[in-house]
Every structure is written in C-alpha cells, then in structure tokens.
Design a protein around this ligand. Structure first.
Ligand code: SAM
Length: 237
C-alpha cells in the first residue's frame, strides 16, 4: 500500500516539471499564486534565517520566500523531474544562491531536529500515507517558536460546491487533455484526491492535526470561496 502511494505520486509528477508553474496557475483559474502569497506572508523570517520548503516542486514557494524575506531556503521534494524544473527556473536569477534543492521524502526528512527557523509545505498531505506522522516529521525539523505554513486545496461549501464539482469533474479533465498526457492524469486524479482528503481533513480538522503535531497559535483561512486553505502556526516551545 505505502509503495503504491510512492510510485503513484512519483509517476504523477514525472511529466510536469517543465511547464508546471504556468498550468498550475491557469488550471486553478489564477487563484493559487494568491494562496501561495498568503501562506508566505504568515511565515515571517529575517534575512539571516533559513526556511525549509517541503514538496517544493518547481520552487515557486522557495522563490517567493527569498523574494519577500531575502532568507535562505532549502527546498525538498521526492520528484527528480520537479526538482530539475526548479533548478532551471532558479538558474541565472538572484534567488539561485539562496536556494538549495534536495531530493527527499517528507515522511523522513534528511535533516536534524530543529535545523530550520521556519517551514512551508504546499499540496503535500494528500500524497502521504500517514498524515499525522508526516506532520510530526515536519514539525520536528523546526526550531521551537518557528513559524510553519501550509497550503492545500479544499472543497468549497454550498452554494459554490456544485460549480466546483462541475469544474473539477468536467472542466479540469477536459483542460488537462488539451494540455497533454501528464496533465490529463492530473485532471482525472485531482477531484477524487481533494474530496477524499477534504472528508478526512476539512479545514478546521486540518488545523487540529497541526496542533496535535506540536504547533501552537494555529489559524486557518479559506480562500477563493473555499477552493484553497492556508494553515499557519508556530512550533510550541
Ligand atoms: C502539486 S505539487 C506542489 C509544488 C509546489 N509546492 C507548488 O507550490 O505548487 C506537489 C509536490 O509534492 C511533491 N510530493 C508529493 N509527495 C511527497 C512526499 N511524500 N515527499 C516529498 N515531496 C512530495 C511532488 O513531487 C510535487 O512536486
């Protein structure tokens, strides 16, 4: 079961590294750059501090952190192809020297306890087998008091829900088919994945899970009529 999840998520992201940023923005109807900005705004750090960006993908959050705070960032992701996309986008930019990219799994981060001043993670928890253990692993590597931010898709409440069902059930798979095979897989996969995660972890319960993992001052905000949720807090200390 756990191995199935690992190979499914590797295969899903293998063909997306090149043009992920553009299509992620288009397919979220222009919303997810706003959600990332909101999450980054809740992870305030100083220029001399070091942030771990988990499931960094092509590095959109890592670059936003450097642009906003001038901090150092380590981006970690399980997909070699997504990390290659991140390398390409960083190359020749001012953020290049500030970002280190590491291949690794959120479930077993290759870092010592309390080795980062802050942590971000984006669209990660739907892909892990054990959400609560993964959250504890994220919190483990943050210094006591350090801020943590998380961004995830969510299922909007009524009366927007039928429109969301229509878009994710028909619009997204059709758009994915037009873009190409890798995005077709994403288009088919996303609705069921977001729904099933949303049933287990609706936004208030997701915030509770972060509390159980060791965060305090946990707050969440639904964005874009509930299609995205940002959760933030800081490690108890
Ligand atoms: C939808 S992408 C999000 C990328 C990026 N953070 C963003 O802002 O759009 C999800 C990323 O999570 C990574 N991922 C999924 N499961 C993971 C895991 N268990 N450990 C590390 N990375 C994982 C995938 O490889 C992919 O790059």
């Amino acid at each position: 079961m756990a191995n199935d999840i690992v190979s499914t998520r590797r295969a899903l992201f293998a063909g997306l590294g090149d043009d992920y940023d553009r299509w992620a923005t288009v397919l979220s109807l222009g919303q997810d750059p706003r959600w990332r900005r909101a999450m980054v705004s809740h992870v305030a750090v100083e220029a001399n501090q070091h942030v771990l960006d988990v499931a960094c993908g092509t590095g959109m959050v890592s670059r936003a952190l450097v642009a906003r705070y001038g901090c150092r960032v380590t981006g970690v992701d399980q997909s070699v192809e997504m990390l290659q996309g991140a390398r390409k986008r960083l190359s020749g930019t001012a953020a290049d020297a500030a970002v280190t990219l590491v291949e690794g799994r959120a479930e077993a981060l290759p870092f010592a306890d309390a080795s980062f001043d802050a942590l971000t993670a984006t669209y990660l928890l739907r892909y892990v087998d054990d959400v609560e253990a993964t959250l504890r692993e994220l919190v483990r590597v943050v210094v006591p008091g350090g801020p943590v931010g998380y961004l995830e898709f969510a299922v909007p409440p009524w009366p927007v829900r039928p429109l969301w069902d229509l878009y994710t059930g028909i619009g997204l798979p059709a758009a994915g088919r037009l873009i190409g095979p890798a995005w077709e897989d994403v288009g088919r996969f996303l609705r069921a994945s977001i729904r099933s995660f949303g049933r287990r972890y609706p936004p208030a319960e997701l915030a509770e899970a972060f509390r159980r993992a060791g965060l305090v001052d946990v707050t969440y905000r639904r964005m874009s009529v509930g299609g995205g949720v940002v959760v933030w807090g800081r490690r108890a200390g």
